[in-house]
Write a protein that binds this ligand. Structure first.
Ligand code: KIV
Length: 284
């Protein structure tokens, strides 16, 4: 484990104040959380993207609160000091403010999260305000919001037209006024992200594919390491081909077992001769 002090909201706002970028990644399991903690990542999002990256669904919609809690608990065990954000899954907050508060509370009480994230703009501001009023730090998510992919016409850049860009800017203000400590902009044009960042007064802005001018950056962990076989988003930078490393290792294992090259003596355990002789006698 690292000797890093627990990341808190003041830590994050100090980074913003000092013009230092915030680092953020998605994470869904204990070993990855352990490595992200070692690497010094500031904020970890247990995204409902785990429905696709970990559970193999075609969208995030089937993900349940219980799925999210189980994965968030594992991540917290691996990353005790990161600022941990639980992502509110589909229909865990849309139905009502009360539903939103109850489910946000589960992330805090059952998984030791520091905050939650929810998708949506002005239309979700009352959910955001309710959660914040319950004492739970909340992050907004605008631009491409995967839970609304069908309504948005698919997984595509949002805010390329002036009217749509203005709507995203208005939504950002509404979330800030509702008490969001941060807003994630996913696949929003760079100059729109810059405008929103410059106008943010009481919250900070994180970019996912929205350019360099936000207060921090987010990547999806599986995209960084070639671990999601179905597609690779254009905006993702690949930092290592772990997918191929794993595939090659699996092929090698399969080959070695079939050829008798695995296992070797260092891969098994033995019994002393006298104990074995006694065993044979016991059997006679
Ligand atoms: O679920 C998730 O990982 C997310 C990201 C796409 C930002 O919400």
């Amino acid at each position: 484990m690292t000797d890093r002090k627990k990341i808190t909201l003041p830590t994050l706002f100090n980074l913003v104040q000092n013009g230092e970028p915030i680092t953020m990644l998605t994470c869904y399991d204990y070993p990855t959380a352990f490595f992200q903690e070692q690497a010094g990542i500031d904020m970890i999002l247990v995204g409902d993207s785990l429905g696709m990256t970990m559970l193999g669904y075609d969208s995030t919609l089937p993900v349940t609160m219980d799925d999210m809690i189980r994965h968030s608990q594992a991540v917290r065990r691996g990353a005790p000091t990161a600022w941990l954000i639980g992502d509110m899954p589909y229909m865990s907050f849309q139905p009502s403010v009360e539903t939103a508060i109850r489910n946000a509370g589960r992330f805090m009480a059952e998984a030791e999260c520091d905050a939650i994230k929810l998708e949506g703009g002005a239309e979700m501001a009352d959910r955001m305000a309710g959660i914040v009023a319950a004492g739970i730090p909340s992050m907004g998510h605008l631009g491409l919001t995967p839970q609304s992919a069908s309504a948005l016409g698919g997984f595509r850049v949002q805010g390329r037209g002036a009217i749509q860009a203005k709507k995203i800017m208005d939504d950002a203000k509404a979330l800030e006024e509702a008490g969001a400590f941060a807003i994630l902009l996913e696949m929003v044009p760079d100059r729109v992200c810059k405008l929103i960042t410059e106008r943010a007064e009481n919250c900070f802005i994180i970019s996912l594919g929205s350019g360099p001018d936000a207060h921090g950056q987010l990547l999806i962990y599986h995209d960084m390491f070639g671990l999601y076989p179905k597609f690779k988003p254009k905006m993702a930078k690949v930092y290592g081909d772990a997918g191929n490393v794993i595939l090659n290792g699996l092929k090698q294992y399969d080959k070695e077992v079939r050829e008798g090259a695995f296992p070797q003596p260092e891969n098994w355990f033995s019994i002393k001769d006298d104990e074995f002789d006694e065993l044979l006698e016991l059997l006679n």
